[in-house]
Design a protein around this ligand. Structure first.
Ligand SMILES: *[C@@H]1O[C@H](CO)[C@@H](O)[C@H](O)[C@H]1NC(C)=O
Ligand SMILES: *[C@@H]1O[C@H](CO)[C@@H](O)[C@H](O)[C@H]1NC(C)=O
Length: 473
């Protein structure tokens, strides 16, 4: 081999090694990604398996959901064929946790609960100290067996839907006992938390559960939907001051109840709420109580972001959209059906909504954001990219260049996190009086990476020098 060839080969290996050191997002906030694992049963090409998941875009992945076996006070798989390896199962648990081998930054938790599990059996479990104790032991060995890093509690919700008023204190006891056991193994304990004021008031002793949970994943969505019998926004960022149904109200309220910002994770919906109306298709129009379905998710009143953006990218589909600045929400509307005389409406988070909410979370100094759920992002990259994503950012007007068109919303989260932190840092810079002082510039990421970069550059120089010396002899 010639000297230049050897040199460039070695340099290449060195550079690859230093790039490989960071396998996750290029910022230090959390991006918690729920995967609704039943998405594998959706019709093609909307079906989503663990192999579609991109671990480089998330800091935490959550496998949703496992269930509760109340007879044995135990966590159990709700779909053994998908989740487990026994009897030629597909081993979903271990396929997800195995991603940690190639992406060491990734933490993977198992979620127990979800809407369909109801609330009653959880209420029964936490009411009995003996059953709680059995559950804590069993769930610890269960998550460890499949190489999960932790457990996410998705009880929807303590004290609600057939629960008991005692659930509030019993839930604190459960989180406390799980924390004590989990600390023996360095496991993560997190919980999904309802966003409605009445649920927060009744279900959660916010100050106490915050002591025992690593993160609180706030489900800041479903504020309005077809159940209201009128068109409303799924997840408005702001609302008039008297209206408690907004992201801002939920977060401010939890902070007021004593939740530390460093444990709060703001939930973002990768889906919209759908409506049918005989009126014009604007906000507050009377609508039927059901909404309509999408071709992949097939659930009345619910549309995945991918289902929405495919219609909006299709110039002959007749769909139009309108941005609402106060709520940071998008409202899209179909043409009137000649058969039913109805208009279809969906309210949802566009990438601009997501970017603005990320900035909100950064301004509140929260731990980061959570998404429900990655399987309804445009994970195949079928849609046109939004051009107004960073319209409400001061320091940028065009999106950073992307190498890939898939996962537009997840990519927006990571870009917006870095850009929002830069904007906030720029706001906080006090220009010094002494004109000889250097005014800080460059991105936060640049500044943070400055020291390691110098080290690795000098290492490279030393390396090349030693190499040249040895070749010279
Ligand atoms: C609660 O537990 C009972 C007894 O095992 C079971 O039959 C029932 O389906 C459970 N409820 C839900 C909503 O899963
Ligand atoms: C676009 O929408 C039209 C009208 O709904 C439909 O017939 C056509 O198949 C759609 N095109 C694509 C590529 O989905």
């Amino acid at each position: 081999m010639t000297l230049p060839l050897q040199l460039s080969l070695l340099l290449g290996i060195f550079l690859l090694a230093s790039v490989a050191a960071r396998t996750g997002p290029a910022h230090d906030k959390v991006v918690v990604c729920y995967i609704s694992t039943w998405a594998v049963y959706r019709p093609k090409p909307g079906d989503y398996s663990i192999e579609h998941f991109d671990p480089s875009l998330c800091t935490h992945a959550i496998y949703a959901f496992a269930g509760l076996d109340i007879v044995h006070s135990a966590i159990k798989s709700l779909d053994p064929w998908q989740d487990l390896k026994e009897e030629y199962g597909k081993g979903g648990y271990e396929r997800l946790t195995a991603l940690k081998n190639t992406h060491p930054h990734l933490k993977v938790s198992l979620a127990i609960g979800g809407w369909n599990e109801g609330s009653k059996n959880y209420s029964t479990l936490v009411a009995n100290p003996l059953q709680r104790g059995q559950f804590v032991k069993q769930v610890t060995s269960f998550v460890r067996k499949y190489n999960f890093d932790g457990l996410d509690l998705d009880w929807e919700y303590p004290t609600q839907r057939g629960g008991s008023p005692r659930d509030r204190e019993n839930f604190v006891a459960l989180t406390k006992e799980l924390r004590e056991e989990f600390d023996n193994y360095g496991l993560l304990l997190t919980s999904a938390i309802g966003a409605a004021k009445n649920v927060i008031d009744q279900a959660y002793d916010v100050r106490q559960i915050s002591r025992y949970l690593d993160f609180l994943h706030i489900m800041c969505y479903d504020y309005h939907g077809s159940w209201d019998h009128k068109v409303g926004y799924n997840a408005p960022l702001m609302a008039p001051a008297v209206d408690p149904l907004s992201v801002q109200f939920t977060i401010d309220y939890l902070l007021k109840q004593g939740a530390p910002p460093s444990k709060l994770v703001l939930g973002l919906p990768f889906y919209g709420r759908s409506f049918k109306t005989a009126l014009q298709g604007v906000l507050d129009d009377a609508s039927d109580g059901a909404g309509f379905q999408g071709p992949y998710t097939r659930e009345d009143g619910f549309l995945g972001y991918n289902e929405i953006c495919i219609s909006l990218s299709n110039k002959t589909s007749g769909w139009t959209k309108e941005w609402d600045a106060q709520t940071s929400q998008m409202l899209a509307c179909s043409e009137r059906s000649v058969f039913t005389q109805e208009v279809k409406v969906v309210t949802f988070d566009s990438s601009r909504s997501i970017a603005n909410k990320v900035k909100f979370a950064m301004r509140k100094r929260l731990a980061g954001v959570m998404v429900w759920s990655v399987d309804t992002d445009d994970f195949l990259g079928e849609c046109e990219l939004d051009e107004d994503t960073f319209a409400d950012f001061r320091l940028v007007k065009t999106a950073p260049r992307r190498l890939n068109n898939n996962y537009p919303l997840l990519r927006t989260i990571n870009e917006a996190t870095t850009l929002a932190l830069e904007e906030i840092a720029a706001d906080e810079i006090v220009v010094p009086d002494d004109s000889e002082n250097e005014i800080p510039h460059g991105s936060i990421a640049d500044r943070k990476n400055a020291a390691p970069a110098v080290v690795s550059f000098s290492l490279t120089c030393t390396f090349v020098y030693v190499l040249l010396q040895s070749l010279a002899h």
